[in-house]
Design a protein around this ligand. Structure first.
Ligand code: SAH
Ligand code: SF4
Ligand code: F3S
Length: 442
């Protein structure tokens, strides 16, 4: 086989894919490849794909067509497609896109190495779940921020969601292995560690012979020297129990931020979505969280225009968004996904214009409440982990607070440093501030 020396990876989708891409890159570098600055300069062009909504598919297909042209110009290039889109189509990928050389699902990243080092470069697909990418070496985007995959897969069957069919059944990694990986990450300079799973707070119940729990994992990780911030995403409201909430009150490194996906405010819609909680139960979780951690920042995911959602039911989503007062929210228009239950509710699909109009109304409420909530930070000094320079004003720095608020501020610190910043202004999305040293100097 001709040696393929450089690679380029394009990542779509969620943090789990970011994590997997870092592992893909780490694995390729250990095979002697180096990262190319752009796709056109790479011998190996990889895509780590997402299929969560139709738009995600469309965006990716446009990129794939560009890769096709690059391959036409130089047929020795290898094109690989991994991740959820590949998994959901499996061998159909080769029928529809014959220029793809290798396709693999999220549980098969390590097979990429096998493919690249094999003698025959005939098209191959790998789709059985076999292993955690967490076992592979990582090439981190920022050395002070790391991901840790604590479980893969999802045992729930939310009627709109493609993930259970792309990521398979839930499997937790052994707790000792995770503690060891986190210690290693900390030793490598990771200050902020984000735990990943589709349903992180059901972690550990499937472990044998000794089941474990998410709160036990959090407590063990909190005691690791050097890990200053622990985050996780996403928990499920049904498993948001008092033991986990107490961890937020008690563990120093666990950030005061909980991303608690709501999806809809109407109990009937939640039932149709098969979310296994209703409006009252969700509100009860919020109350319990705020009782233990009054200053917590709460964020969420919401879907509008689910099949059959009436105007009155949508208003319940507005009510809940208003009542809870999320610090921010990801809002999505319902998108039918192949193979999911809700995709068969065609007779009840909400017209696109109605979905768009509902989305606008929801965003208005979400932003108003986020802006109001953010005012509590004005005048406070917050610890900011510096990530780089501001995206809109390069003379300013940008970082994140423990509450996961983005802060743009004036200061002299470098990436990876944690500095005290006085917040001077707050919008719905970001905080503005000054590094305290500067503030003192006048
Ligand atoms: N495991 C996570 C969610 C992963 S998907 C959880 O359960 O919270 C991220 C978000 O995408 C979901 O929370 C949901 O709001 C949204 N989403 C998933 N499928 C969707 C679909 N078919 N249409 C629109 N939004 C969807
Ligand atoms: Fe999808 Fe529901 Fe599982 Fe989240 S919990 S990944 S929304 S099926
Ligand atoms: Fe997308 Fe798969 Fe994540 S569908 S959102 S990449 S789990």
């Amino acid at each position: 086989m001709a040696p393929h020396k450089s690679f380029h990876v394009t990542t779509f989708g969620c943090q789990m894919n970011e994590h997997d891409s870092e592992r893909m890159k780490g694995m390729l570098e250990s095979l002697g490849y180096r990262e190319a600055p752009e796709r056109a300069a790479a011998d190996l062009i990889l895509f780590n794909t997402c299929s969560i909504r139709e738009k995600a598919d469309e965006r990716f297909i446009a990129h794939l067509h560009e890769a096709k042209h690059l391959k036409r110009a130089d047929p020795t290039r290898v094109i690989g497609v991994g991740g959820c889109w590949a998994q959901s189509l499996k061998d159909e990928v080769f029928a529809r896109f014959p220029f793809v050389d290798v396709a693999f699902g999220p549980g098969q990243v390590h097979r990429l190495a096998e493919f690249l080092t094999s003698d025959s470069l005939s098209a191959q697909g790998y789709f059985e779940f076999e292993g955690f990418t967490g076992h592979l070496p990582a090439k981190r985007a920022r050395e002070f921020q790391g991901w840790m995959q604590i479980s893969v897969g999802c045992n729930l069957r939310c009627s709109y969601c493609i993930v259970p069919s792309t990521r398979g059944r839930e499997v937790s990694r052994p707790i000792d292995e995770l503690v060891a990986e986190a210690e290693k990450s900390a030793a490598e300079g990771v200050y902020e560690l984000t735990l990943l799973g589709q349903n992180v707070n059901s972690y550990g119940r499937d472990l044998r012979p000794q089941p474990s729990s998410f709160s036990e994992l959090l407590r063990r990780l909190d005691s690791i020297e050097g890990l200053g911030r622990i985050r996780y995403t996403s928990p499920h409201p049904k498993d948001m129990r008092e033991d986990v909430i107490r961890c937020h009150a008690e563990l120093e490194s666990l950030c005061p931020h909980i991303h608690l996906p709501l999806q809809a405010g109407s109990s009937r819609v939640l039932k149709e979505m098969r979310r296994t909680y209703d409006r009252a139960r969700y509100m009860d979780r919020v109350a319990l969280i705020r009782e233990h951690v009054p200053d917590v920042s709460l964020t969420t995911d919401i879907i509008v225009g689910f099949p059959g959602e009436t105007e009155a039911e949508f208003r319940e989503t507005l009510e809940v968004a208003d009542e809870v007062g999320f610090d921010s929210a990801f809002t999505f228009i319902y998108s039918p996904r192949r193979g999911t239950e809700a995709a068969t509710f065609e007779d009840r699909f909400v017209p696109h214009e109605v979905q768009v109009e509902r989305m606008e109304r929801l965003v208005e409420v979400v932003q108003r409440r986020a802006r109001e909530r953010a005012q509590r930070f004005v005048g406070r000094t917050v610890d900011v982990l510096v990530e780089g320079t501001s995206r809109t004003d390069p003379s300013r720095l940008r970082g994140r607070t423990p509450h996961n608020k983005v802060v743009n501020f004036e200061g002299l610190a470098g990436p990876g440093e944690v500095v005290p910043v006085v917040v001077t202004k707050a919008t719905s999305q970001t905080l503005l501030g000054e590094e305290r040293l500067l503030a003192r100097a006048g």
